[in-house]
Design a protein around this ligand. Structure first.
Ligand code: FRU
Length: 906
């Protein structure tokens, strides 16, 4: 189940529980309202009744009572009953003033569903729910019986009462009369029962008693009226002769019990107020408990015999009631505290519930947030992975494209050198007027060699394509691998002899039948050996070994040549690595293909090499068991190793140029091209050759040549870098440089120009064009020299780079001008050059030797000084470092045709 469902269900259950709790509480505490219609409220009896009711109600905090007093008026009482009905009280208690008047409204109320409890006095009908009160007939009878006792059957009696139409006065009178009739000696002289005011009553009684002083006994229908009778008797001095019987018997000072106890009254008939009982019955009715319709209260005669006990009982009752009152007050307090605490508890529960709900909601939201965060995180990761994947794929695509472009440009470059070695001699041949076989053969050999090289490149590309397409298959046959390897090594013997290289094949095996693709393995070994020869200097060693170890065939090609850097080692077998490097590790795609071929044989090839120490290539092939019956095949004959590939000394020399004897340095790493160019230019120039930029730079500093031709792509430092070096060094900055390159792009040309090259030719170049360039650059140099030699101090004519050199040189001459020891030695030392370098540099720039240049500088300076009239000839001579004025004059005349004096006076 989902968490939110659990939370929602828990909250609902909790809410229901709380609602239930509240509703139970409300049911327990259902509120009732009792309407009490009281006929009177101005005497102690009525007040006692009310007190009792209230005390009883205090045990029922859910019941309240509305009391309305009619003040002794039936009309008012009827109206008040109606009001209570309108107020929708739950129960009516009525103490009717008179029996007849309220009967209809009480019957109506009963019909409308109001429970009616009639108390104390009765109505004119039986239509009510319950009655609570003493039997007034019995009260009258008790009074009659006790009158007889007092009067001992003989005497006159006065009866007094109030409320002529009320049920108590009617019933009490009836009961009293009933008993008196049984005793003929007892005479009821008068029955004064009326609706009177207390004054009327007092006056009437006083009148009556003063006129009837023989009255023996007065029956007063309540203790209040009885006391008034006693007081009147006292007034009239009759208190001793008249016995008085009252009704009610309330407890309290000057109330019934007290009056009996004091002897004021002879007796009183107990008439209980019944307030407590009335509420008890009402509660039974309201709570649907069983109840009695007629609830008659106990009544008895109270006289001197029992008044004490009754008083004590009443007193105790009063005490208990007071106690009850206190306790009920305390209970009310406790109730209040309880209800406060209960409310506090509810509030706390409610708050707890709210906290729980909000906590749950917050927890839920948190969980949701965490969950959505998790989802987001997962999505993020997925997106990032997708992005990375896209980037990776596009990077691969870009790399693949770049590699392809690099591959094509590399291959074009690889094609250009052999092409130019085909085209250039071909054009050369075409230009010839006559063909001497001896001269033509070397040229054609060169052309064939390079055509073969092109063919090999094409084959390599095709092999690569086949490997790429997965179509390269092994054409395996069983041959003797020892013989096979030895044969290949043998093919290199001649080349080894020429270069004085110690080439050896070593194997502990006399033969090793092995199943392999001879053409492919031949290419591998040929490649490894070519490579070794390429990087092994004359006099070095190349050893090839073949042995069987750990059930593997191991062929090693070891040389002690140049060796490789770590980076070269790591990537020597990568097809595209070579394409982006300026190095020449092997030729063409040989090593990359070699690895593919070895892997096709389930073998491995690896290299161990250290710069400066040599290289070992190892081919490891699994030793397959060969079924002897198959025998071994005749070794195929691969015509791969044609003699010209090993660089037959080239006598090719066809220059028609009539040289001027200028010195050239040619820097080129391709030995064929280098030889071709050397042959061409050595006819007219003094040619020095170098295979690398490093060797070239050494030669340039040694000879300070008149012109340099350099290839751009050289092993190690390239032609651009060499050109820059030449142009930055003031010893060589004047030498024109021609760059040759297979890189024909405009960017390469710009790079060449930026490096300071004076001319730039793309391969395959036209030999005539190159020769023309050489001539033009040398001619320009001569022109410049001639100009400098004529205008030695006009440095504006000198190219910017060289101007600084000449200015520095002239400043140096000026510095040492006075010294007779001023010499080429001193100047070259201070210029940081050798004597030859300085000599050749100054000659190259000015066509003068250093001494001539110094002499001419002195003449110019002398002419300047001679214009100063303050200097005499001797001073000028000494200022210019001449030991005597005569020597100066001779020197000056030799150079200018005039003596210093003649020149000054001119
Ligand atoms: C008080 C009283 C009592 C009497 C009762 C009868 O109002 O007169 O003295 O016993 O009413 O209803």
């Amino acid at each position: 189940m989902r968490f939110e469902n659990i939370v929602m269900k828990s909250i609902t259950v909790l809410l229901l529980a709380v609602l239930l709790l509240f509703s139970c509480q409300q049911q327990q505490e259902r509120q009732y309202v009792i309407g009490f219609s009281q006929c009177l409220d101005n005497d102690e009896w009525r007040r006692t009744m009310i007190r009792e009711m209230e005390r009883e109600l205090s045990f029922h905090p859910n019941v309240s009572m509305i009391t309305k007093s009619a003040g002794g008026n039936s009309t008012i009482q009827i109206a008040q009953i109606q009001e209570l009905m309108d107020q929708k009280v739950d129960l009516l208690i009525v103490s009717p003033l008179e029996a007849q008047p309220p009967t209809p409204i009480i019957e109506k109320a009963l019909d409308q569903g109001f429970p009616i409890v009639v108390v104390d006095r009765r109505t004119a009908s039986q239509k009510y729910t319950a009655f609570v009160g003493a039997e007034n007939l019995l009260v009258g009878q008790n009074a009659g019986i006790y009158a007889n006792v007092l009067l001992n059957g003989q005497g006159t009696i006065l009866e007094v009462g109030e409320g002529a139409d009320t049920s108590p006065s009617l019933d009490r009178h009836r009961g009293f009369v009933e008993v008196l009739q049984k005793y003929p000696g007892l005479v009821l002289e008068e029955s004064l029962i009326r609706d009177w005011t207390p004054q009327e009553y007092e006056e009437e009684i006083r009148n009556y008693l003063s006129q009837h002083r023989d009255i023996d006994l007065v029956f007063a229908q309540n203790d209040r009226m009885a006391l008034q009778v006693f007081e009147i008797c006292e007034e009239l001095g009759l208190e001793k002769s008249i016995e008085i019987i009252g009704v009610d018997g309330l407890y309290g000072e000057n109330e019934g019990l007290d009056l009996v106890d004091k002897g004021v009254l002879a007796a009183t008939v107990l008439y209980p107020t019944g307030g407590e009982e009335a509420i008890e019955v009402a509660m039974d009715i309201l709570n649907n408990r069983p109840y009695q319709k007629e609830n008659l209260l106990f009544t008895t005669i109270v006289n001197g015999d029992n008044v004490r006990i009754l008083k004590q009982q009443a007193s105790k009752l009063i005490d208990q009631q007071a106690n009850i009152n206190r306790q009920s007050a305390r209970l009310a307090d406790l109730n209040e505290t309880y209800s406060l605490q209960k409310n506090a508890l509810y509030v706390t529960i409610l708050l707890l519930l709210l906290v729980l709900i909000f906590g749950s909601v917050l927890f839920y939201l948190l969980r949701e947030k965490q969950r959505s965060n998790k989802v987001l995180a997962v999505q993020n990761v997925a997106i990032r992975e997708q992005k990375e994947e896209i980037e990776r794929v596009s990077q691969q695509a870009r790399q693949a494209t770049e590699e392809k472009i690099r591959f094509y440009s590399y291959m074009s470059h690889e094609f250009k050198t052999p092409l130019s070695l085909i085209l250039t001699p071909t054009e050369d041949l075409l230009d010839r007027k006559a063909f001497d076989r001896r001269e033509v053969i070397p040229v054609l050999t060169l052309i064939r060699k390079n055509a073969n090289r092109l063919l090999r490149l094409v084959e390599q590309i095709l092999d690569l394509r086949r490997i790429d397409a997965g179509k390269m298959e092994l054409a395996a046959e069983t041959y003797d691998l020892v013989e096979f390897t030895r044969d290949i090594v043998q093919d290199f013997k001649m080349k080894a002899q020429k270069s004085r290289i110690d080439l050896q094949f070593v194997s502990p095996l006399t033969e090793l039948p092995y199943t392999f693709d001879a053409e492919k393995l031949d290419k591998v070994l040929f490649n490894l050996l070519s490579n070794a020869f390429k990087y092994t200097p004359d006099g070095g060693l190349i050893h090839v070994s073949l042995l069987l170890a750990n059930n593997e065939v191991e062929i090693k090609v070891v040389d002690n040549g140049e060796g490789m850097t770590k980076k070269d080692r790591e990537q020597v077998f990568e097809i595209f690595y070579r394409a982006q490097q300026n190095t020449s590790l092997g030729s063409g795609l040989g090593l990359a293909l070699s690895r593919e071929f070895v892997q096709l044989h389930d073998g491995e090839i690896y290299v161990v090499s250290e710069k400066g120490k040599g290289t070992t290539f190892t081919v490891v092939l699994p030793h397959r068991s060969v079924v002897p019956s198959t025998g071994k095949s005749e070794l195929p004959h691969f015509l791969r190793h044609s003699p010209e590939e090993f660089g037959t000394p080239n006598q090719y020399n066809d220059s028609q140029d009539n040289g001027e004897g200028a010195s050239l340095i040619i820097v080129e790493d391709n030995p064929d091209l280098l030889q071709f160019l050397e042959n061409k230019f050595s006819v007219n120039y003094q040619v020095r050759i170098a295979h690398s930029a490093e060797d070239g730079w050494e030669a340039i500093l040694q000879t300070i040549p008149d012109l340099i031709i350099s290839d751009v792509t050289l092993g190690g430092e390239d032609g651009f870098s060499l050109t820059q070096k030449i142009k930055k060094d003031f010893r060589t900055s004047h030498i024109p440089v021609i760059l040759l390159t297979a890189k024909g792009g405009i960017e390469s040309q710009i790079e060449g120009t930026r490096a300071g090259a004076d001319a730039y030719l793309s391969k395959p170049f036209n030999q005539k064009l190159l020769e023309q360039k050489v001539r033009t650059l040398l001619d320009n140099r001569n022109l410049m020299r001639r100009r400098f030699s004529n205008e030695i101090t006009d440095l504006d004519q000198v190219p910017t780079d060289e101007r600084k050199f000449l200015l520095d040189f002239e400043l140096l001459i000026e510095k040492h001008l006075k010294s007779p020891a001023l010499s080429v030695e001193t100047l070259s030392q201070e210029m940081g050059m050798s004597r030859t370098q300085l000599y050749r540099k100054i000659t190259a720039l000015t066509n003068k030797n250093v001494n001539e240049y110094i002499g001419e500088f002195k003449i110019k300076k002398a002419q300047q000084l001679l214009t100063d009239p303050l200097l005499n000839i001797a001073e000028v001579a000494y200022a210019l470092g001449f030991s005597t004025p005569n020597y100066f004059s001779t020197f000056f005349k030799q150079k200018t045709g005039k003596t210093p004096s003649e020149w000054r006076n001119n």
